[in-house]
Design a protein around this ligand. Structure first.
Ligand code: SF4
Length: 241
């Protein structure tokens, strides 16, 4: 997973405008088609970050910023063995946390955040992970996307965490012209039933990783894009990302 908000989306206006004439399906029809196809492809999508409980999920999601889930899963077994609870993670301390997570990008800042967040959970939340967006987002290193993942995956609360994969695909599938993840999240929540959000977020991520990377596609490769844009005649040149 990647960082939280407000990354550039220069693809938006140009490519969406350029594709207007290709759109024969209405936006809601495209959304319904996407949901149906992804449900067939990924009927029961697993949570990609290894964890043992809500605390370790929160830490794993925080560590995954600017980093692949695979790399996070390589360091968390040892981290969670030594610091399985907020109290024990606090005792571990920033330096020891850093020594374990050093292979990850931004490891200094992440070690600081994990140590501080664990201490705050012990001191201010009685050792329990807050179950609200507000509470989660008050913790160091926890932005709206991280809080959304935890609300969805740990507590089953409908949320639609938008990362770079979801932002890119939502644009390429013509479901949003949002300039940032906040706008994309708003648009996707309107298009998909609330009961589908938590699964759909994972399904889109899996699809994006498997098929739709930042570069290397002209919009004609997958059957899904062909179905979504039946009148597409020319390959598309994506501007960003
Ligand atoms: S055709 Fe290309 S742009 Fe469309 S979903 Fe497939 S990989 Fe992505």
């Amino acid at each position: 997973m990647t960082s939280d908000r407000n990354f550039d989306a220069r693809e938006t206006s140009k490519s969406i405008l350029a594709r207007k004439e290709e759109l024969s399906l209405k936006k809601q029809q495209r959304a319904d088609l996407v949901r149906q196809q992804l449900a067939k492809l990924y009927p029961d999508p697993p949570i990609p970050l290894d964890h043992n409980d809500d605390f370790t999920l929160l830490v794993a999601v925080l560590l995954s910023a600017q980093c692949t889930d695979k790399k996070v899963n390589e360091v968390t077994p040892e981290l969670f063995r030594r610091g399985p609870t907020p109290a024990l993670m606090t005792q571990l301390g920033e330096a020891e946390i850093l020594s374990i997570i050093r292979p990850l990008g931004l490891s200094n800042q992440k070690a600081k955040n994990v140590a501080k967040l664990s201490e705050i959970i012990v001191n201010d939340f009685g050792g329990e992970i807050p179950r609200t967006f507000e509470g989660l987002e008050s913790l160091p290193g926890v932005g709206h996307k991280t809080a959304s993942v935890v609300m969805a995956q740990a507590f089953g609360v409908p949320a639609f965490p938008v990362d770079t994969h979801i932002h890119r695909l939502a644009q390429r599938w013509g479901l949003t012209s949002g300039k940032n993840v906040v706008e994309t999240e708003r648009d996707l929540k309107k298009l998909f039933p609330e009961s589908s959000w938590n699964e759909l977020h994972l399904q889109i991520i899996f699809y994006g990783r498997e098929h739709c990377t930042a570069r290397g596609c002209d919009g004609t490769k997958c059957g899904l894009c062909v179905e979504l844009y039946p009148r597409r005649k020319k390959p598309v040149v994506w501007i960003k990302p």
